[in-house]
Design a protein around this ligand. Structure first.
Ligand code: IPD
Ligand code: CA
Ligand code: CA
Length: 267
């Protein structure tokens, strides 16, 4: 790791510890005990194990810091100045089905602003991380968004709709609309944090998705910005933790992607 920041080091240590058990579980996927949390949202025993390890490690470093984690919810709720935002496995469906595309995502927030973050893919051993003002890194190398200039030439990725989403039809209309504006077909990889990380390192040129949660994107926000990318939201009337509809891309295609998504008559 090149970025010698105390916060990154803490998150890195937590990721490394959790990923060991996650890799073991992924190798024995069929033996995992699976419980149902709600439609379309399965939580594995591995998910909970990973979360426990991460939280223990973060609390060891800063017992008083706030935590918002997908499964465990809020810890040290009153600490508004320092907070970790955790998704212990982002890409649970992939994990559950033995598809090696999932990540641990941890963001660190100070007074409501994400200052640093890590997205770690334990299978490919890829650590995407950044701290505000210090650039973004993929393992030991500095990373940057792509230089693609036009939406038409871009490779885009998206996700959703979630099972039971009320926006289902609208989301599919967006998909068709954007598909008609690009030469390559759109990708769906099933891990929003990795989708953003891949835009940050230039593999994809842009990403959009409706109805995400804060833990899906928290780390990605700072990583993408530090890599020279642009993050925006369709639901601009909301304040950050409640913004759910994201556009993330290199800065060249951003406006074109946004205009295409926001055009009223999506027929
Ligand atoms: C999901 C993934 C997926 C996205 C879903 C998320 P999870 O997170 O990020 O790519 O399409 O909206 O809920 O449930 O695997 O942590
Ligand atoms: Ca997630
Ligand atoms: Ca998750």
């Amino acid at each position: 790791m090149r970025l010698n920041s105390p916060k990154i080091n803490i998150m890195h240590k937590a990721c490394m510890k959790a990923s060991k058990s996650m890799i073991r579980d992924f190798g024995e996927i069929e033996k995992l005990q699976v419980s149902t949390k709600g439609p379309g949202d399965f939580v594995t025993a591995a998910d909970k194990k990973s979360e426990k390890i991460i939280i223990e490690e973060l609390l060891k470093a800063h017992p008083d810091y706030g935590i918002l984690s997908e499964e465990a919810g809020e810890i040290n709720k009153d600490n508004k100045n320092h907070r970790w935002i955790i998704d212990p496995i982002d890409g649970t469906m992939n994990f559950l089905n033995g598809i090696p595309q999932f990540a641990i995502s941890i963001g660190y927030e100070e007074k409501g602003e994400i200052i640093s973050g890590i997205i770690f893919d334990p299978i490919k051993d890829e650590m995407f991380f950044a701290e505000k003002g210090n650039g973004a890194f993929l393992n030991n190398s500095r990373m940057r968004v792509s230089n693609k200039k036009k939406l038409k030439d871009s490779i885009l990725v998206t996700g959703g709709p979630k099972f039971g989403s009320k926006k289902r039809e609208e989301i599919f209309k967006h998909y068709v609309k954007i598909s008609n504006n690009v030469d390559s077909s759109i990708r769906k990889f099933g891990s929003a944090s990795l989708d953003i990380a891949y835009v940050a390192c230039g593999r994809f040129d842009g990403f959009w998705q409706w109805e995400l949660n804060y833990w899906d994107i928290a780390a990605g926000l700072v990583i993408l910005r530090e890599a020279g990318g642009y993050v925006d939201f369709f639901d601009s009337n909301q304040k950050l933790p409640n913004k759910k509809n994201i556009i993330a891309s290199n800065s060249n295609i951003h406006q074109e992607l946004k205009d295409s998504l926001l055009k009223k008559n999506i027929e």
